[in-house]
Design a protein around this ligand. Structure first.
Ligand SMILES: NC(=O)c1ccc[n+]([C@@H]2O[C@H](COP(=O)([O-])OP(=O)(O)OC[C@H]3O[C@@H](n4cnc5c(N)ncnc54)[C@H](O)[C@@H]3O)[C@@H](O)[C@H]2O)c1
Length: 340
């Protein structure tokens, strides 16, 4: 069986390729290498994965997508390629649409038109639930916001409300993946991911804040906090996410055509201020930071309710937030020479 990972030179992609290479005859990566750090990840993969096939190209280019499907035929497709920053989606909504919405559609159509029905996994986002302005946020203590009425977090019953071009484009892919299971009998699953962090993540201010904060601290750079630092996210270590990918493709009958909220859940909620404390413990140094204005669309809280995925697949995170952050810190120190 061949496996395709679009965006396979990205952060989650590299971890996915590493995990699934042994299960594949050929593991094919389709990536346009547009994201910074992808060359470093690709070099790592080329050195470590013997059955890797790298195809440089865009998921927005349907001829390219079709040629890949025709040449290899796949048992599993992980569609992870995306324009990932909300900020970029606002300045260049067309490219965002072409990569995320059209790109997701192309991956489904490529399979349909070449007569293949691989298991297809789509990495969606919690942004499909929008700004959630109507959800009451309270100050839980000096360092954390939290939900007043959702102690277990946001479940899949929450109404969809695509917000920002990124929300719209990723949400389009999310709905198409579900619909191809309904209309064409495809085996698809959608994971609405919260904040993922881990090895091979070259985070920046716009996307990947956990890695970005750690890299800044290691490099002695000042960190900018937008807002008051009490904002919270439920963070998930990438190895836990890849465990879930594996559980889902192994048990696709249970999850096909469904969407699941995926994150660290209520047990792994962290605020930026709490994160700074952990950083100081890890580095043994005072971390330099300053406060700036809230950015448009910044949420004070997002916490996933992971009960449905737990119930369906028996999956839950194994890495607690402190352990996962320490793992990533260790990995970044080991790879200090590659930090930009
Ligand atoms: N990391 C998170 O916290 C998080 C949260 C929610 C959803 N997601 C989703 O998970 C997926 C992977 O995210 P990531 O964090 O690994 O980001 P990433 O930026 O590291 O990976 C994305 C990859 O896609 C590639 N890419 C971009 N445009 C492309 C195109 N037109 N054609 C082919 N490849 C292209 C990039 O070069 C990169 O390798 C994305 O779909 C993202 O929306 C991530």
């Amino acid at each position: 069986m061949n496996i395709l990972v679009t965006g396979g030179a990205g952060f989650i992609g590299t971890n996915t390729v590493e995990r699934f290479a042994k299960k594949a005859e050929k593991i094919v990566v389709l990536d346009d290498l547009s994201r910074k750090g992808t060359m470093t990840n690709l070099t790592y993969l080329k050195e470590n994965i013997k059955n890797l096939v790298f195809v440089k190209g865009s998921v927005a280019d349907f001829d390219k997508v079709l040629s890949v499907y025709k040449k290899y035929r796949f048992g599993i497709v992980f569609h992870l390629a995306a324009q990932v920053a909300v900020t970029t989606s606002v300045t260049d909504p067309r490219t965002d649409f072409e990569v995320n919405a059209l790109g997701a559609f192309n991956m489904l159509e490529g399979a349909r038109l070449t007569g293949q029905k691989p298991v297809m996994l789509y990495s969606s986002t919690n942004k499909v639930y929008g700004g959630m302005e109507e959800v009451a946020i309270i100050k839980k203590d000096k360092k954390h916001y939290g939900y007043r009425d959702f102690p277990k977090g946001i479940s899949e019953d929450f109404p969809l409300d695509f917000h920002s071009p990124y929300g719209c484009s990723k949400g389009t892919g999310d709905q198409y993946f579900i619909d191809y299971a309904r209309i064409y009998g495809f085996k698809t699953v959608v994971f609405r991911q919260s904040c993922i962090y881990g090895d091979h993540q070259w985070g920046n201010e716009d996307q990947g804040w956990v890695a970005h904060f750690l890299i800044s601290a290691i490099k002695g750079r000042k960190i900018s906090i937008y807002g008051d630092g009490l904002q919270v996210r439920d963070i998930l270590y990438v190895r836990d996410l890849v465990d879930l990918y594996e559980a889902a493709v192994c048990d696709i009958g249970k999850v096909s055509g469904k969407a699941f909220n995926v994150g660290g859940g209520p047990g792994n909620v962290i605020s930026l201020l709490e994160f700074l404390d952990i950083l100081e413990d890890l580095t043994g140094k005072k971390v330099k930071y300053s406060f700036g204005k809230w950015r448009p669309g910044d949420q004070k809280a997002y916490i996933s309710n992971i009960a449905k995925v737990k119930r369906t697949l028996g999956w839950e995170p194994k890495y607690g937030k402190k352990r996962g952050i320490a793992k990533l810190y260790g990995w970044l120190i080991d790879n200090k020479g590659k930090l930009k």
